[in-house]
Design a protein around this ligand. Structure first.
Ligand SMILES: [Zn+2]
Length: 88
């Protein structure tokens, strides 16, 4: 994804601006792998294969996301409410 799109993305839940971290970037500047986090609700949204995954809680599958989070040195924690949070 083009980094200029970052300014246009917001948390689907509360519409807050997202903070971004880039892990893998193409030589043309496109973000291939990265992480978007919402400072308001602490949800995270991964960027995988250049696609930001802004899916609501109920349609997300931890089993699919955990391997890539692990690769980035991150882990999930249970929120108790079915939401996806990163271990601090
Ligand atoms: Zn949020």
């Amino acid at each position: 994804m083009n980094p200029s799109l970052l300014n246009k993305l917001c948390c689907p839940l509360d519409k807050q601006e997202l903070e971004s971290k880039v892990f893998v970037q193409h030589e043309n500047g496109d973000i291939i792998e990265g992480l978007l986090t919402c400072p308001a609700c602490r949800r995270y949204y991964p960027i995988i294969y250049g696609i930001p995954i802004l899916t609501p809680d109920e349609y997300r599958e931890k089993a699919l996301e955990e391997p890539i989070l692990k690769k980035w040195g991150l882990a999930l924690t249970e929120s108790g409410a079915g939401s996806f949070l990163l271990k601090a």
